[in-house]
Design a protein around this ligand. Sequence first.
Ligand code: ZN
Length: 319
Amino acid sequence: MPVYTFDKLSEIRQSEFTVISFLRQFGILKEQKNCHKCGTGMSFVSRRKTFVWKCKKGICRRSSGLLAGTYFYKCRLPLRTLILLIHTWAMKFPAKDAFMFVGIPRNTAVNWYRLLQDVCSWKMLQAPIKLGGPGKVVQVDVNAIVKTKSGRKDGMTSQWVFRMYDCTEKYGFMTFVAKKDAATLLSVITEHVLPESTVVTHLASMYSGLDAIPNMNYAHLTINRSENFVDRTTGAHLNAVVGYWSRAKKFFHHMNGSLKNVAPSYLHEFMWRDRYGKNVDAAFENMFHHIREYQDSKATESMTPAQHNVIFFYFFTVY
Ligand SMILES: [Zn+2]
């Protein structure tokens, strides 16, 4: 039975205090805090329908906002609205429908969806996916998605999406690559496919060095697509990776309306959902867990400046 039903969400969103307790469960709002001016502990007090932190030291009297230092710091949406929006995101409501349901401006929904996607990107970069291993089969495939691009005569451009799927663990990895050549593809494979995997590819020259990569001991099986879909001798095929990509395309169409604006963060969101959001409850809860991990890492400055910039850009453009 799903946990986050309509009734449960209503319960969480009942009052400012229930919302705060919910965010505390995930560690997004802290149980205690020290005054940044004098270092004394602060207490949590109610003020004008909301809560603030207030320094316990009589002469200091410094107070700080409930959301200071959290991911939601610049958020002007009421938290109870935001919780509902995160749930519509977990349910894969496209932003164009979610904004009406939640009752907020469309752009706000679009921007918040992007922020959630950034959390997915951040998480996927923190814990890079490794596929395969001894006795496991990884299928590999690459092709182009055609995108429209302004300023070009033909108005079209294409971008290579390289995909891999672990048939045992049943999850995949995909990334944009600048070129479809041996150097590029083999380096992505070595980065994401563990040694001693069986790697299935098309019969193509760019994969010919696969079984000779030092220390990887890959077994390499090939399929000649022009002749057959399943190799008659080895039984090897690429059906799983083809299915993985068609699921991904369906998802991009559903959430985004088309494939033309698909950016790396969309691939990250799809991979994140595959791994952490198999159902609505998992996606909803893990998003809060990862927001907490993200804001903790920001506090310790362990992110690269580029990652900071992505997030800060959205912070200041949400409204
Ligand atoms: Zn103080």
